[in-house]
Design a binder for this molecule. Structure first.
Ligand code: ZN
Ligand code: ZN
Length: 406
């Protein structure tokens, strides 16, 4: 893209650029100056702080603007410039890419919002599948394939995974270092009869794991190490919270607003546990996080570890009203993915997006033993982009539900 013409506006602090496709961008003097790409200003290594913004005049203004290379390069000299004989330089392509007009910002945010694009509203709810064979044949391509399903649809079911203890660690390590929580780095879900609901054969309601942390675990990998055929029940259910929340926003905007404003508290306090280290974990946050652009970028739902509501008197009634509305939405059959894990399956899903549940089960003399681990969403997103680029795919940084759309 090239620059057709420009003009300097206001108190000489806005540069309005007209592009060859007639798009108009406006850049503030400070923005252009502080993002200068010349050798004197551009950091050469991380933390190299060459431009000390407070040292500059607050009245920095455009003095001379020059376009060269047939509209592909911008050179600017500023009034009240701090550096001697300094010319700020920018490539036109970069400037256009970083245009912050309303239309460009909306376009960037929407492009990254793969969650909204892939909500399965009204569509058949079945987890996408990848055969483990594909990872064995081509580790990078196979890994990218399931990763893409997880990024876009929130989950993927890996089939025919070897039933070896080390496998879950091997699959997860292809993405990043395992995320350790109060349950350790790899944990077992089986009927051991101690401490935690997951370890009894009872039903677990729809929930996300460990909102007791400031940053709840990102990706959850669950390997059906044993799921004997004599075991009855234990079926899995999942619901996409981002779908549920958008339904709430549409059907009951006031409840949606309550969930954005009024925080719930989650707590795990175990001073004398038998299977984990003693812990005191507590975190208060709203169920829904919106970003600067009003998009939903975070959802929290875990009635099982929710502790005492500690909010102003005026918010108590409206909190419970919103809570009931959300419960009613996520219990709708048309929102639920229903499936049963088989021995050798590995279900991988975004814990910050999908709520999961399990029916009660009966062992009947058999064993249901799942092995689980977590990965941070930051690492998952990073691996998706790095691996995609390595494989030559056109990947854009996706919204993943970690409270940020960019
Ligand atoms: Zn410079
Ligand atoms: Zn623009």
């Amino acid at each position: 893209m090239s620059i057709k013409n420009f003009q300097i506006l206001h108190e000489k602090n806005i540069l309005e650029i007209c592009w060859s496709d007639d798009h108009i961008s406006r850049f503030h003097a400070k923005w252009i100056r502080f993002h200068c790409k010349c050798v004197r200003c551009k950091p050469s290594v991380t933390f190299d702080y060459k431009i000390d913004i407070p040292s500059f005049s607050p009245d920095l203004a455009y003095d001379e603007v020059k376009i060269t290379d047939e509209g592909r390069k911008l050179h600017v000299i500023f009034e009240k410039e701090l550096f001697q004989n300094h010319v700020t330089e920018h490539d036109a392509d970069w400037l256009r890419q970083k245009c912050y007009c309303d239309a460009c910002l909306e376009c960037k945010v929407n492009e990254r919002d793969v969650i909204s694009k892939h909500l399965r509203s009204g569509r058949e709810k079945v987890p996408p599948e990848v055969d483990f064979e594909e990872i064995l044949e081509d580790s990078d391509r196979g890994t990218f394939k399931w990763l893409k399903h997880v990024i876009e649809e929130g989950m993927c079911l890996l089939k025919n995974v070897p039933r070896e203890e080390k496998t879950i660690k091997e699959v997860a390590s292809k993405i990043a270092t395992l995320e350790e929580t109060s349950f350790g780095s790899v944990w077992n879900v089986m009927d051991t009869g101690v401490d935690n609901g997951s370890y009894f054969p009872i039903a677990l309601p729809l929930h996300q794991d460990q909102p007791t942390y400031e940053t709840a675990p990102g990706l959850l990998l669950l390997h059906a190490f044993r799921f004997d055929s004599v075991v009855t029940g234990g079926n899995s259910t999942m619901v996409d919270m981002f779908e549920a929340v958008e339904i709430m926003r549409k059907e009951s905007p006031e409840d949606f607003q309550t969930f954005v404003e009024v925080p719930a508290t989650w707590c795990q306090v175990e001073y004398n546990p038998t299977s984990i280290e003693p812990v005191y974990l507590e975190h208060q946050k709203p169920h829904i996080t919106l970003d600067y652009f009003g998009k939903v970028v975070g959802c929290v739902w875990q009635p099982g570890t929710q502790s005492t509501l500690q909010v102003h008197e005026r918010d108590v009634e409206r909190y419970y009203k919103a809570h009931n509305k959300m419960m009613e939405i996520i219990r709708r059959k048309e929102l639920q993915y229903k499936f049963k894990l088989s021995a050798g399956d590995m279900i991988i899903f975004n814990n910050r997006r999908m709520v999961h549940a399990r029916d009660a089960y009966k062992s009947n003399g058999g064993v249901r033993h799942l092995r689980g681990t977590y990965l941070r969403l930051d690492h998952v997103k990073s691996k998706y982009l790095v691996l995609g680029r390595k494989l030559g795919y056109d990947v854009i940084p996706p919204k993943v539900g970690n409270n940020s759309s960019m």
